[in-house]
Design a protein around this ligand. Structure first.
Ligand SMILES: [Zn+2]
Length: 525
């Protein structure tokens, strides 16, 4: 029996209802007792446990981020930053200096270049990078993610020069330039990730990074089974992980492996809990599916990526195995299609606890009412408010009140959790708390001035990012520090409920504990 007693200035056990204590006892990774210094001290002594004195510090439940892309985050942590590159010469210099610092790379992955900025006034080609990366695959994606520059290794191994696909760009002589678009970016990405043998190391680095930010559990969306297997191998080394991982398989892997998913896969640290589906695209690319056209593109309503009948079919298969369904839906017309399928599922007796909608960015009041009535859970990303600063121009003022209506969702009783969709948004939880509370007011964002009442209070945001997100993942043992829960918590120098939003944004985590065990500690502690 492992016993640890923790003494703090203040321990937030939960934010809604607001429960605080001064000390707590952890037995075998779970909170066994909360109460006074004296009682925790004496219990720790009687049980021959270890006493950890955090007086002077504030403790709160660890952050639960129910929508992340761990694999992309892992790659982005060792990727070459190409944003702001102003010439092909500079592109080459950045590659050279990156490779000299990262000698053991299996592949070169970079992102963020924009040909509009290049002094040479042309697109970069494979001949600009081949001599620098002659012996391993190089994939450098453009800022938008829909275009990539690849080297000759990639072209040869994938046989891109033999494809008649128009998304392989050629010069007037028919020579393949190394620029690929749209579907081929996906193909190139799959190839690149298959060339990496050190996924264990990459995933482990990304978990440690998340732990350093105060995250103790993540939902890993669109996960491939091979990454889940790798995480399970990491778990088996210490029977522990620095961050708990709940995987939602990609549709591709669900279809491929569904026969074996009926048996319980996983444990309290890593497991498969659901599948991820897509109904539409994004507002940024004007591919989110809207009921009437985009304000700044009057012929375009976006794209529906899956029919509701297919959503129903996959959802029935997944939920019959006890798995959740997390469906990406950003535009209100896509949300209509999801609600058609989800209403039918609930009518057929599927537990609404198994049904999630991701993003729910442009949502009408009638839809909110139905979501609330059905009891469907919603994963929101408050940081989108700041990234999508142009959103009112895109959907029009008339629809502004439908965009990211967090407070309305909360008041309507929709079960909500806060997430980041990292690496789409920064994984630092305080960034999302700041965005939820300020709604872009300090950045002068138009949506904020049109919908000021949709801001959340700090305690609401903290509650949704801990207890709320835990509910989204259907894990009754995380999200608060009440007796019986896992001792997943973070140590702070300051009380987050006493800080203004700007101070919140720069709040640092001193240490993170998962299952009562230190998963990260700051060097300046
Ligand atoms: Zn996502």
């Amino acid at each position: 029996m492992i016993v640890k007693g923790f003494l703090c200035s203040k321990a937030y056990l939960s934010f809604k209802p607001l429960l605080t204590e001064e000390a707590f006892l952890v037995v075998n990774g779970k909170v066994a007792y909360v109460g006074s210094y004296e009682r925790v001290k004496s219990l720790t002594k009687e049980l021959s446990g270890e006493l950890i004195d955090l007086r002077g510090y504030v403790v709160m439940p660890g952050f639960v981020d129910p929508h992340t892309h761990l694999d992309s985050l892992a790659l982005s942590l060792t990727s070459l930053e190409l944003r702001g590159v102003m010439s092909i010469k500079e592109l080459r210099e950045r590659i050279k200096s990156f490779l000299s610092k990262h000698k053991d790379l299996e592949v070169l992955y970079g992102r963020g270049w924009d040909q509009e900025l290049l002094a040479e006034g042309r697109w970069p080609t494979r001949w600009d990078i081949d001599d620098l990366v002659p012996d391993k695959p190089a994939v450098l994606t453009r800022l938008c993610g829909h275009v990539a520059l690849v080297n000759s290794v990639v072209i040869d191994e994938l046989g891109l020069d033999r494809l008649s696909n128009p998304n392989v760009v050629r010069d007037a002589n028919g020579r393949v330039l190394g620029i690929v678009k749209e579907d081929l970016v996906g193909l190139v990405w799959d190839y690149l990730t298959s060339k990496i043998k050190s996924w264990g190391k990459l995933l482990s680095n990304s978990l440690r990074y998340l732990a350093s930010l105060g995250v103790t559990t993540v939902g890993f969306l669109d996960a491939r089974l091979r990454y889940v297997k790798e995480l399970m191998r990491l778990y088996s080394l210490n029977k522990w992980l620095p961050v708990r991982v709940k995987a939602y398989l990609s549709l591709k892997d669900f279809i491929r492996y569904k026969e074996v998913l009926g048996v319980a896969l996983g444990n309290e640290y890593v497991g498969i809990v659901g599948i991820k589906l897509f109904m539409d695209g994004s507002l940024g690319a004007r591919t989110a599916y809207l009921s009437t056209p985009y304000e700044d593109d009057p012929k375009n309503r976006g794209q529906l990526l899956m029919r509701w009948g297919d959503l129903l079919k996959y959802s029935l298969e997944a939920t019959s195995l006890g798995l959740q369904v997390a469906t990406h839906a950003i535009g209100d017309a896509a949300i209509d299609e999801v609600l058609k399928a989800y209403t039918e599922l609930v009518r057929r007796g599927v537990d609404p606890k198994l049904l999630r909608i991701e993003h729910l960015s442009v949502v009408r009041p009638d839809q909110i009412e139905l979501i609330s009535k059905l009891g469907i859970k919603v994963s929101i990303q408050p940081r989108f408010v700041i990234s999508d600063w142009w959103v009112v121009k895109r959907v029009g003022r008339g629809r502004a009140s439908w965009v990211y209506p967090f407070k309305t969702l909360l008041k309507s009783g929709v079960p909500l959790g806060i997430s980041t969709d990292t690496p789409v948004e920064p994984p630092n939880p305080w960034e999302s708390i700041y965005a939820a509370v300020t709604r872009g007011a300090y950045e002068g964002i138009e949506l904020s001035s049109l919908t000021p009442n949709e801001s959340l209070s700090t305690d609401e945001a903290l509650d949704l990012y801990t207890r709320g997100s835990a509910k989204l993942l259907n894990d009754p043992y995380i999200g608060t520090l009440e007796v019986g829960k896992y001792a997943d918590f973070i140590v702070l120098t300051e009380d987050p409920l006493r800080l203004n939003p700007k101070e919140l944004r720069s709040l640092k985590v001193l240490a993170t504990y998962v299952g009562g065990r230190e998963s990260w500690v700051s060097s300046d502690w």
